[in-house]
Design a protein around this ligand. Structure first.
Ligand code: DX5
Ligand code: ZN
Length: 230
């Protein structure tokens, strides 16, 4: 049976109140978050703009939890150093971006960071396969990147399973991360499919109490991770 990792929850600060990130961080930590996900957008790779290393640095000063920096930018190679220095623990780049993927992986590892490769919904797992042995994370996008609050695309679930199986086959502990439209409902399906790292924006910060929202998500990922015997 493949190794089952403890499922982890990573609230995405893109959905939080940017004027009060300190509270957003504190509430998520109190609610048992395992990491924070930071969505960097350049207005080219995706139509939206968000923030750069200065904000990552400000978040770093407020939490000891791992920072998962999702680079939705055309030229990740040019910026990995800045995001690493700002305190990003895992730098997640898109294989569809312009930088040569193997060079990005090498650059991040040379800096001593962890690296993830992200796939848009329409990009197959085969696009990261040549790198699979060198990755700490494979991020499967379950919405088209650019905005929080979109609806989960269930058609990516077979790709989550394929990723998990291939990585298990290589004997790799690599996380398979799911990002976009993750709610207490869709998280169960994603966990069953093999995801171990769950990015949650709107379902944590959209409405209600952050602590209650995280509790519901925690139950969902535990249920999804344990029920299926593989
Ligand atoms: C989308 C981002 C996601 C997003 C998640 O481009 O990569 O991380 O902010 O937000 P929700 O969970 O609301 O889809
Ligand atoms: Zn993201």
């Amino acid at each position: 049976m493949p190794t089952r990792r403890r499922p982890r929850l990573a609230p995405s600060l893109l959905s939080a109140d940017f004027a009060d990130l300190a509270s957003a961080i504190r509430e998520a930590e109190a609610g048992g978050a395992d990491a924070f996900h930071l969505d960097v957008m350049d207005g080219h790779f995706v139509p939206n703009l968000s923030f750069g290393p200065a904000l990552v640095r400000a978040v770093r000063a407020r939490t000891k939890l791992p920072l998962d920096v999702h680079l939705m930018i055309e030229d990740p190679l040019r910026y990995v150093d800045a995001f690493h220095r700002a305190g990003g623990d895992t730098l997640v780049f898109h294989v569809e971006a312009q930088s040569p993927p193997a060079e990005v992986v090498r650059a991040v590892h040379r800096l001593g960071g962890a690296v993830g490769a992200a796939l848009r919904p329409e990009t197959p797992f085969s696009a990261v396969e040549p790198l699979a042995d060198d990755l700490e994370q494979v991020l499967v996008m379950s919405v088209h990147p650019g905005f929080s609050g979109q609806t989960f695309l269930p058609e990516v679930l077979p790709k989550v399973t394929a990723a998990r199986e291939r990585l298990d086959g290589l004997g790799r502990e690599t996380d398979v991360s799911i990002d976009g439209g993750v709610t207490a409902e869709t998280a169960v399906a994603a966990a069953r499919a093999g995801a171990s790292f769950f990015v949650c924006g709107n379902s944590v910060y959209g409405s209600g109490s952050v602590g209650e929202n995280l509790k519901r998500l925690r139950t969902a990922v535990e249920v999804g991770s344990h029920r299926e015997v593989r």
